[in-house]
Design a protein. Sequence first.
Length: 452
Amino acid sequence: MPASVRVVLAEAISEGAPAYNAGDAKGCVLIYRVALEAIRNCTGLEGAVRDRIGACLDLVAHSHDTNINARTLRRMLDSLLEDTFTSEVIVPCDVSIPSADWEAILGKRAVKPTVGLHARSTDEPDSSRQPTCSSLRLGGTTDELHLGRSWRQLTGLAGWAARCDHAVVPADSAIHLLGGVNRGAWCYGDAWHSVDGGKSWEQTGRLPPPWCARSGHCAVHVEGGGGRILVLGGAGKDAMLNDVWRSADAGSSWTVLTAKAEWKPRYGHRALCVGSDNIVLIGGVTIGGFLADVWTSLDGGLSWTAAAATMCAPWPARAAHSVAKLRGAHGDMLMMLAGMSEDGPLQDVWQSWDAGNNWDLLTSCAPWAARSGATAVALGDCEAMLLGGFTGNEYLSDVWTTGDGGRTWGQLKSAAPWPPRYCHAALLTSGALLVLGGHSGSNSLRDVWQSP
């Protein structure tokens, strides 16, 4: 694509992204939409590109959710901008957006820009405003632009030992890593924390946690609880566990809430907080096989009841699956995907709007390979990212994203620079996406990677 298209894309993002981050989703949509309409109408544009833009604009025209519309339009801008740097075919065309149109658009915004958008028009050439590749990596817009695409290693030798099947949670302005196992070695009963975004790590507390060494467990940060963290179940050295431990001070001290919860001992399950003191636990594997149950605690993990009416959810029993809580048009939504079942790895996606009581199948055959031990990270409204996993034959380092709660997916990276892995941890913190540890081939890992 020509540089004039690149100018419009880059400057639309430089104005639209701050508007969205400031709470002006409507103003962001106006900016993104007019930029895409101008590009679609420019002469000489490839027909396939014009059709892609048209389909995106049509989708937004039939939606009334401005947050989802802003993200839909942004993904199209990102895709086109990436094409301007990777496409070898340069098609002559010119983009005309009269400055009066931009002034009218910016005048409708709830949040006024600190810097005006000066898109080049046909009668106002301005070569001084041609952005270079490096200039697009500055100004605060590239962090969002390259989330999941660009990566850097924060450390290859973290303070904690190499491990997988560990738990990682943010709490009390720090990242906390708990337990895990080094394949072929004993599992760990330690707790670590990082206050600098994962670069350096210190052991938490003067003594090891009182809960026994374990792997395949879950850790949950209780919403509204400051430094409250729960550790639930897992596989110990001698037995599977169904205990629940609570820390009120971000891991420095612990209290056992119950040594034997109502749910079966298990590992490879998933748990997350869906509201103040409201915890949901999903699936896993126990002695005798994989599980398809959902349990809910309304008192912060002290007592539990079966959430699914039949105590057997409609999806195939599984462990090492991924679950994320997303914001949707009708409130919070749980998205569950992939995992290991009796018949092998899965590639399905399920959705629940009522904290796991009822589930809808979105797709039984997602475009990514069937896998277990992957991680799914919630990014925003109906948006999430899927990273890595294991197919049964191959360790993966691919990155996929969805903007509609898991119904459709696009691949960001076929192979990220971090070593392929599964049973790793990933989380979004302070606008950065982290991947921590995991198992790759014959070795467990002790590295931390960040995007962007």
